[in-house]
Structures are given as structure tokens and as C-alpha cells.
Design a binder for this molecule. Structure first.
Ligand SMILES: [Zn+2]
Length: 194
């Protein structure tokens, strides 16, 4: 059988349709990641400790971001509503909250696990929630403040266990499991965030 060019065109059309559906779905997956700010409007949501909050925008004398407990965020901006400026101020909110809330938590876990970091620092990083250096200095991504507490605690425990085991081999996970029994579940849950 010789396929007609028409048939061939249909096939190509089907392939293209399938591909664009795949791209559309991939885009949607990105958009549904919690903690990503796409546009500044009524739909803007800021994640803090696992909760998504609405943002009120108001023109003002200077740029500032305030968190009003139970209600949400108010972003005051001078001149134009600029996404880069907004994200910068949001990052400093997460940094401030990390510095305020995490050292105590880390200390508590370090004490109960008997694993003490030499240094603790907080900074925004792109691809990791946390890390532990050869010298046992802990670094926590300030973006963890988007996550609910049980995920933040998992990240803290994970990095503290690296003080003892520097890799992700069996003994590492066995020790993590002593403190966090449902690791697989938490790792899945974390994938919803970016
Ligand atoms: Zn690790």
C-alpha cells in the first residue's frame, strides 16, 4: 500500500497536536508549582509555611511587603508594579523569616540527634533546599519558608544526617528514617513546590 500525501499530512498533524498537548501540560505543571509568582494581579499568591496567601497591591511612597497574620500580604510599591522588585523584596521576607524561625528548630533537632553543625547559614539558592559541607556547615535555602513545617523539618533532619553520612547511600536513609518515617511521602509532597 502506498500512502497518499493526504494521509501523511494527517499523521503530521496528529504528531504536532500531540506535541503541543505535551507542551501545554508541561506548562500547566510549571504553573501549578506552589511558590512560583507568575504575574502581579488578583491571582498572585505568596506561599508562607505551606499556606497560600493573597496579595493586596497599593501604590505608595516606597516599596515594602507586609504580612498580616490570617489575612495575607500587602505589597506597597512606588511608581510601577515591577515583578523583579517584588521578587527581590519577597526574597528578603523569606530570608528574614528563616533567620527568625529556623535557628531554634535546627538547634532542637541537632541536640536530639546528637549531630551538631559547625555553622548555619541561610541564602537563596536555585536548585537545592539545603546542603551540608565537608566541614559540616549547614546551608538552608531561604525558599524553604514557602513549605509547611513538616517539610522544613525533613530538610533540616536530612542535612543534619549528612554530618554523619556525606552521601545518599543506605546508611544515610536508614538514619533519616529513624527521625522521619514517611520520607517517600514527604519527597513527593515537596515536588509540588518550586
Ligand atoms: Zn542530601
Amino acid at each position: 500500500m502506498v500512502k497518499s500525501p493526504k494521509n501523511c499530512e494527517d499523521k503530521i498533524a496528529t504528531i504536532i497536536a500531540k506535541k503541543s498537548l505535551w507542551i501545554k501540560e508541561a506548562k500547566e505543571r510549571m504553573h501549578t508549582k506552589k511558590g512560583v509568582v507568575h504575574t502581579l494581579d488578583n491571582d498572585t499568591t505568596i506561599y508562607f509555611l505551606g499556606e497560600g496567601y493573597p496579595v493586596d497591591f497599593e501604590k505608595s511612597e516606597k516599596n515594602s511587603l507586609r504580612f498580616i497574620m490570617q489575612k495575607g500580604f500587602r505589597y506597597s510599591y512606588k511608581n510601577d508594579l515591577d515583578k523583579a522588585k517584588f521578587l527581590k523584596i519577597l526574597d528578603s521576607f523569606y530570608l528574614q523569616k528563616a533567620q527568625e524561625l529556623l535557628p531554634k528548630k535546627i538547634k532542637e533537632h541537632a541536640e536530639s540527634m546528637g549531630l551538631h553543625p559547625t555553622k548555619i547559614s541561610f541564602k537563596k539558592t536555585k536548585s537545592q533546599w539545603g546542603s551540608c559541607s565537608k566541614a559540616n556547615a549547614l546551608s538552608i535555602n531561604t525558599g524553604v519558608m514557602k513549605l509547611p513545617w513538616h517539610l522544613i523539618e525533613y530538610i533540616i533532619i536530612h542535612e543534619l544526617v549528612h554530618i554523619k553520612h556525606k552521601n545518599h547511600q543506605k546508611p544515610f536513609w536508614a538514619l533519616v528514617a529513624q527521625y522521619v518515617p514517611n520520607v517517600q511521602e514527604l519527597r513527593r509532597e515537596m515536588k509540588a513546590y518550586a
